[in-house]
Design a protein around this ligand. Structure first.
Ligand code: NDP
Ligand code: MG
Length: 393
């Protein structure tokens, strides 16, 4: 803290989670000393927010955008930087609190660096836990740094566990909206278009996670995230479809009690909880009118419609570096779908093919959970997924 202000940095500031974080911080600017904001292609937004919040430094991930960022920041006193190393450097600037909201495996390294600097890490980047859960948890422990979940389901579980003994937890149930295609005939899914997959029924999110919601790869990542973050066994984690997206998760205890967390589908809820933790503060989110809502529905997910859920179970059973392979293959398959190279259901087929091809690779199954090994597994997953896509054409 400086002058009672909390020093904060936001990684992925130009994205959906980043912008919601900025919304909360900008409502109370005197409480925060903003150190670093990072973005990717959206240089105009990055510069505008960095100036508005008086950040020390603004970093774009892409070197080619540095001149534009410099121009946009000229005369403002905000430093401009570009590239992955500059993002890593920004993560090493001392702060009290960091929002990790870069999308994809690129979010891992800045998160690790922030933890090494003892910052509290508000973790939206679920890919960090999927690719390198044990590494990121061990890094937090070694540096006495705290990780607070920002994914809505995980924030809900975290809140449900306050004051409870983890040994009394029997199961955790995370809910899924079912995404854009939950009510589509299953035979139509193969021809689903990018626009159709990019429209979420309940949540307003970045395009990649929205498509991952339609395929349930998002929920697959979240099941693994639950296991890694809370140290809960895979067979204690359940997924239930809940079309209203008002119950975010439930914790089941050994006396049969189920504690549910409800709230409006607005990520400022979970972001605000992580920002103000351990306090609760007023948040500008809608209040639920239960009588008007009247009905909450739940149903079991159909694994034929959502093969990603089965793949997540296989990955958890395999352990080791298979999470890094899974996530990397998923990212490449998603790129392929966004580029129009493969169909919607092909994404799961490709990821499964990668897992089969790399199953039994000793270096992956028994490789230690180091950053170098995670990166090598990630690269192997990406290369193999690309080969699978290329040979299918
Ligand atoms: P967006 O796509 O909206 O934003 C992603 C952010 O990361 C942007 O700032 C983007 O920059 C930046 N970025 C993209 N690629 C790179 C890269 N290679 N290196 C550095 N920065 C990069 O994503 P969301 O905000 O939706 O999601 C962020 C994370 O939070 C994801 O891990 C997602 O799974 C998780 N999450 C999101 C939720 C949501 O409601 N959106 C809910 C729960 C979790 P730019 O846009 O300028 O190119
Ligand atoms: Mg979620």
């Amino acid at each position: 803290m400086t002058n009672g202000q909390r020093r904060v940095s936001i990684f992925g500031a130009t994205g959906s989670i980043g912008q919601s974080t900025i919304d909360l911080i900008a409502r109370n600017p005197d409480a925060y000393d903003v150190v670093a904001l990072t973005g990717g292609h959206n240089v105009a937004q990055l510069a505008q927010d960095a100036i508005r919040l008086g950040a020390d430094v603004a970093v774009t991930a892409h070197d080619e955008h540095l001149p534009a960022l410099r121009d946009a920041l000229a005369g403002s006193g905000v430093e401009a930087a570009a590239g992955d190393t500059a993002i890593e450097d920004a993560a090493m600037r001392p702060v009290d609190w960091v929002m990790s909201a870069i999308v994809g495996a690129a979010g891992l390294l800045p998160g690790l660096r922030a933890l090494e600097g003892h910052a509290t890490l508000a973790l939206a980047n679920k890919e960090s836990l999927v690719t390198a859960g044990p590494l990121i948890m061990a890094t937090a422990q070694a540096h006495h740094a705290r990780i607070l979940p920002v994914d809505s389901e995980h924030s809900a579980v975290f809140q449900g566990l306050v004051g409870e003994d983890l040994a009394a937890v029997e199961r955790v149930i995370i809910t899924a909206s079912g995404g854009a295609f939950r009510d589509w005939p299953i035979e139509d899914l193969a021809s689903a278009t990018l626009d159709q997959a990019s429209a979420h029924p309940n949540w307003d999110m970045g395009q990649r996670i929205t498509i991952d919601s339609a395929s349930m790869f998002n929920k697959a990542l979240e099941v693994i995230e639950t296991k890694e973050f809370f140290g809960i066994e895979a067979n204690q984690i359940e997924v239930v479809i809940h079309p209203q997206s008002l119950v975010h998760a439930l914790v089941g205890f050994n006396d049969g009690a189920l504690m549910a967390h409800l709230g409006a589908p607005d990520m400022r809820h979970a972001i605000g909880y992580a920002l103000h933790w351990p306090d609760r503060r007023h948040l500008p989110v809608d209040r639920l009118d239960l009588a008007r809502i009247a009905t909450l529905e739940f149903r079991a997910p159909d694994e034929a419609r959502y093969p990603a859920l089965r793949l997540a179970r296989e990955v958890m059973a395999a352990g080791g570096l298979s999470g890094a392979i899974f996530n990397a293959a998923k990212e490449v398959a998603l790129d392929g779908f966004i580029a129009g190279r493969i169909g919607f259901m092909d994404m799961a087929h490709i990821v499964e093919e990668v897992l089969i091809r790399l199953d039994g690779d000793v270096s992956l199954a028994h490789g230690a959970m180091t950053l170098d090994n995670v990166r090598a597994a990630d690269q192997m997953g990406r290369n193999t997924a690309q080969q699978v896509i290329d040979t299918r054409r």
